[in-house]
Design a protein around this ligand. Structure first.
Ligand SMILES: [Zn+2]
Ligand SMILES: [Zn+2]
Length: 145
């Protein structure tokens, strides 16, 4: 259980770093995500150990290429699930956006790419967030049927 919660927080931090237009320090992340400073601190340490961020004490946290790519992947999976929730269940855009944020990477890239193809490779969700292709998803627009 603890492991799942840690992973969930790691993903939240990666997405926050990717979405932010300004560099964020641990304190900024703590305020933005409403988690204690120490919790974010150990999360950043974990992300650093995994090669997802570069961090120097008192300085902003920076995403590595690997971290950036994982953030793109996480956002892509959520946004395409959002499209499915809107189109198939008729959920409101904002509710679908929020609900899909909880999913993280529970679905395979193949499934996510099927949704991408079904809706003709949307470039952004109705709320306006970009849907990019990560190295892992590698959804190729040429292979659509
Ligand atoms: Zn994927
Ligand atoms: Zn696509």
């Amino acid at each position: 259980m603890v492991k799942i919660l840690e992973l969930d927080l790691d993903y939240k931090v990666l997405k926050a770093l990717f979405r932010s237009e300004t560099p964020l320090k641990v304190g900024d992340l703590s305020k933005r995500l409403i988690f204690p400073h120490s919790t974010i601190g150990s999360c950043v340490k974990r992300l650093e150990d995994n090669g997802h961020v570069i961090y120097t004490r008192y300085k902003p946290v920076f995403l590595t290429e690997k971290g950036k790519n994982l953030a793109i992947e996480l956002i892509r999976h959520s946004r395409l699930l959002e499209m499915l929730l809107i189109n198939e269940l008729g959920l409101d855009n904002e509710i679908a956006h929020e609900e899909s944020e909880k999913f993280n990477l529970l679905f395979s890239c193949e499934t996510i790419n099927k949704i991408c193809r079904k809706y003709n490779h949307p470039k952004e969700c109705p709320c306006g967030e970009s849907i990019l292709t990560s190295q892992r998803c590698n959804c190729n627009e040429e292979v659509q049927d």
